[in-house]
Ligand binder design. Structure first.
Ligand code: 13P
Length: 386
């Protein structure tokens, strides 16, 4: 066997020059990744997914979505109001104890506090890695089922990533969705997976750790077994294309939705069931080389998101299992702030309460008994866009 291998891989023989085996076409030379940033990517991913106490604060709402949030508390959607809200979040004293990375919208990456400190400096001081949303949003997908979408943003992505890296970003996010009620069609699933893989390869080539997020939407009446099947399919497809695109698994982070029944399914699942399904699905699809699984909250209440994460950390997992929540970290903060300078301190305290609760949950030590009634409010919104 060894001799046969030796003769067919004689010194200097390239893949292209090797004779085709009987019955198989000869293969073209295989592209090799440059890998210039490999070491840094692994370090960044490990910093964000450091076992122990931390997770990600997702605060990358597009201007439109941020506007809806501000509107809910009667604050006008101006650049300065968005900046003020983001300043409140990022300058929360002690935030770096529980948060290792924050995902920003492009605008926020270049903004500063009212007294002129750049957000990049504020985050560096707190030990929080800056991330940036790099997708350009979801649009209806021609040729797929009605209601299915595809994610835009690959054009010019390499150049944008290089710019964001220069500005200080070290990781990125691209959110693509799978809609169970609308389909899901194979063509939409494949497009979602392939788009994520191309994005991931381009990010790594430019020094950014890609967060890979094929969100299986909560919308629908389907049961938890249906979600399980779809989640298995989309993650199988995603890892196939990540591998095809030579993505380094040690330098990525995943942002899955938890495996739950659809938001309108009458049969609800308790945290232990959600954890059992979600971990079973992930263990069958995600290689242990991946450093971190950072869940999205997807419209769950603050309480549910913490309970489910806690249930997933009752025994050791092959990867760090933590959070990358937006709504489940920010809901009470926003309601407390109301756009008033006088409420900033209380709103920051509310953020710390949620960050600490989820930090305890990723250690499996979350205690829900002291939670306020407001944490139970669901945040599901049909057809939610980010
Ligand atoms: P939610 O936790 O609100 O679902 O946020 C999802 C997301 O993709 C934010 O980056």
């Amino acid at each position: 066997m060894a001799a046969a291998l030796k003769s067919s891989f004689a010194a200097g023989t390239t893949l292209a020059a090797r004779p085709a085996r009987a019955g198989r076409a000869s293969r073209a030379p295989v592209a090799v990744r440059a890998g210039k940033y490999d070491e840094e990517l692994i370090q960044t991913a490990q910093h964000i997914a450091s076992p122990g106490i931390r997770g990600i604060l997702a605060m990358d709402e597009s201007n439109g979505t941020c506007g809806k949030r501000l509107d809910s508390i009667g604050v006008e959607n101006t650049e300065d109001n968005r900046r003020a809200y983001r300043e409140l979040l990022l300058t929360t004293p002690g935030l770096g104890e529980y948060i290792s990375g924050a995902i920003l919208f492009e605008e926020t990456l270049y903004q500063s506090t009212k007294d002129g400190r750049s957000f990049m400096d504020v985050m560096a001081e707190a030990g929080i890695k800056p991330g940036v949303k790099v997708d350009k949003g979801l649009v209806p997908m021609a040729g797929a089922c009605a209601g299915e979408t595809w994610c835009q943003g690959l054009d010019g992505l390499a150049g944008r990533c290089a710019e964001y890296y220069k500005q200080g970003a070290r990781f990125a996010k691209w959110r693509s969705t799978v809609n169970i009620t609308a389909g899901p069609s194979m063509i939409a699933m494949r497009d979602c997976a392939y788009g994520l893989a191309r994005y991931a390869a381009i990010c790594q080539d430019n020094g950014l750790v890609p967060i890979v997020e094929p969100e299986v939407l909560l919308d629908g009446e389907h049961d938890i077994d249906t979600t399980m099947e779809v989640a298995k399919d989309i993650w199988a497809e995603t890892f196939k294309y990540l591998a095809d695109n030579k993505v380094n698994f040690e330098g990525i982070l995943l942002k899955p939705s938890m495996v739950t029944p659809g938001a309108e399914c009458p049969n609800r699942a308790d945290p232990e069931t959600v954890a059992a399904y979600t971990l079973k699905m992930l263990k069958s699809r995600v290689p242990p080389a991946v450093p971190g699984i950072m869940f999205l909250s997807g419209g769950q209440s603050e309480l549910e998101a913490s309970l489910n994460l806690n249930a997933m950390n009752q025994s050791p997992n092959p990867w760090h299992v933590s959070f990358s929540y937006a709504r489940a970290l920010q809901n009470t903060v926003l309601k407390t702030w109301q756009g008033e300078e006088a409420n900033v301190k209380a709103a920051q305290e509310a953020l710390l309460v949620r960050a600490a609760a989820n930090s305890a949950a990723q250690l499996g030590k979350y205690d829900p008994t002291k939670e306020a009634e407001s944490a139970k409010a669901g945040m599901f919104e049909k057809g939610y866009v980010y």
